[in-house]
Each structure stands twice: as structure tokens, then as C-alpha cells.
Design a binder for this molecule. Structure first.
Ligand code: VGL
Ligand code: ZN
Length: 198
């Protein structure tokens, strides 16, 4: 079980229209179905004085992250478009960290990679959490097999204790089983599974 307190942060990963809405550019099956559980986690965090931080995938119109520019993904979460906005049912009550804003690639909320050389750079997430004395992160959102996985693995690598809320995440499952493999990779790395809905 997650024990919510001031040293715990809920990370709400990429609950944006392009992932969560069935009409989105990179729609995740059942993406909108997690929103009640995510909102329940937000309420639990708030009640205990835990901070809530949201990430947004925030791409320029052209980036090597997109298939049309040499990458693998359909166009999604282009900055300042409907697809990049938070899903309207999501309660937003905390800071927002945007990733990919300069055309960088990568999935983790902590790190982006320069599209040319692949050099990693930190987002604001790590310093934001450390400034608040956060020791434990709890990850929810989209997608289990990309941004949720990489954010949780990075959290552990940076010395945070980490949980994944298995009823508040969903996978892209580009290849069948990707979501299950991602949960297994997180488990092996020390990420604990928890549920928000009893
Ligand atoms: C994501 C694929 C491409 C994610 C972002 O949020 O999991 N997946 N960009
Ligand atoms: Zn993306």
C-alpha cells in the first residue's frame, strides 16, 4: 500500500487528449477509463499533504520523435493543440512539467534526449521533487509501456522509492504484451505495484 505523506509525490504522467481520448492522435485503449482512479489518487495525495506533479508530452510540430520526421510515432501532443491539453475530466491541482519542448526525444518525465546526438538532459522534475524533500514517488497515467515505465525506472535510478498504480495506468501495447513486460521490468528494478481502488 502507498502511505501518502509530505515526502511522497504523485506523478500524473501524460493524461492528455491525444493519449486518453478515443479520437486522440496516439489513443491508448482504455486511456480515459483510468481517469476516475487517477482523480482518486490525486484526492488521496492532497488529503495527506503529498504533492501532485503532472507531466505533459509537449512536442513541436516537427520532431524526429514523429514517423513523418524519421521516428516511430504518429503525430501527437503538438504544443498548444487540443491533443496536448489535459483530458477535461482530469483534476489538475499541481505543477506541470513539460517534456520534448525543444524537439527532444525520450519518454521519462525526468530526462529528455537531444534528437541529434542523443545526449540526455534533465527536465525540471528532479529538482522540483528534491526542493520539496520528496523521497517516494507514485506513478499513474499513460502509457505503461513508455512514459510511465521510463519515469518509474528513472525515479528508482535517482534514488527515489517508487510505486506504480496498476489500476491507474494503461499500455499502448504496440506489440501484444508490452504493458505486462513493462510492469515486469519495473518490478525487477524495485518499483512496487499498488492499487488506488481497493
Ligand atoms: C508516450 C509514445 C510517445 C507516452 C509519449 O506518454 O507514453 N508514448 N510519446
Ligand atoms: Zn511523445
Amino acid at each position: 500500500m502507498v502511505r501518502w505523506d509530505e515526502r511522497t509525490a504523485l506523478l500524473v504522467v501524460d493524461v492528455q487528449n491525444d493519449f486518453a481520448d478515443p479520437g486522440g492522435g496516439l489513443s491508448v485503449d482504455g486511456g480515459d477509463a483510468i481517469i476516475p482512479a487517477v482523480n482518486a489518487a490525486i484526492a488521496a495525495a492532497e488529503a495527506a499533504g503529498a504533492c501532485v506533479v503532472y507531466t505533459q508530452d509537449w512536442h513541436p510540430p516537427e520532431t524526429p520523435h514523429f514517423a513523418k520526421d524519421g521516428g516511430v510515432w504518429p503525430v501527437h501532443c503538438v504544443r498548444d493543440t487540443w491533443g496536448a491539453e489535459f483530458h477535461p475530466d482530469l483534476r489538475v491541482v499541481g505543477d506541470v512539467v513539460r517534456k520534448g519542448t525543444g524537439g527532444e526525444d525520450g519518454y521519462s518525465g525526468f530526462t529528455v534526449r537531444d534528437p541529434a546526438g542523443g545526449n540526455p538532459a534533465d527536465t525540471l522534475l528532479d529538482s522540483l521533487l528534491r526542493d520539496r524533500g520528496v523521497e517516494t514517488v507514485v506513478v499513474a497515467g499513460l502509457a505503461t509501456d513508455y512514459c510511465v515505465r521510463d519515469t518509474a525506472l528513472d525515479a528508482v535510478g535517482r534514488g527515489f522509492a517508487a510505486f506504480v498504480l496498476i489500476d491507474a495506468v494503461r499500455a499502448v501495447d504496440l506489440h501484444p504484451g508490452d504493458g505486462a513486460r513493462a510492469l515486469e521490468a519495473m518490478r525487477r528494478a524495485g518499483v512496487r505495484s499498488a492499487r488506488i481502488v481497493p
